[in-house]
Design a protein around this ligand. Sequence first.
Ligand SMILES: [Zn+2]
Length: 204
Amino acid sequence: MNSFGTASNSALLDNNKSNVTKADAEEAIKTLIQYLGDDPNREGLIDTPRRVIKSFQEFYSGYSLNGEEILSKTFEDVEGYDDIVILKNINFESHCEHHMVPIIGRATIGYYPNKRVVGISKLARVLDVFAKRLQTQETMTAQILNCIDDALSPKGTAVLIEAEHHCMTTRGVLKNNVTMTTNRFSGCFTIDTNLQDRFIKMAN
Ligand SMILES: [Zn+2]
């Protein structure tokens, strides 16, 4: 699993194509604190820019991860298993690209292997590749599906995501307990509605 120590920080820097340094980013947080009306030099806030950027490196670690690489190791020896494989209720935390506030949810990811299967934890890691970025739920759902399709060429893929958007619950319209559901299917899940129904039943 990706740790958020030195390795991932340097990976993040390697991935940074903008020439913006960590010092620049910390300075921006300091400016933001001033803009809000507080003193960034008071004791409680002096280390905040450093901590915020460290948190951001965790929240947005997906930019330095590659989904197809994660799914590159597959197994063929499955004793003739020929049915759908589902990983259910995988928790995730993401951030909406419009307000940079949390999207907290659960995903169910399924695929119908084309002879080759992948280690099941890898599907959860692929979710984080896309969740740990600035996102919309719709985009993320499609990206996960496309990544599995491209990397594994399965008979079909299915992704269902249910999430609470904090830009609706802590600001704006202030509606609690509202969840948004998105789903996306490919291959045999699009053609065979029974298979699609089975996936949705298994997911719920
Ligand atoms: Zn938002």
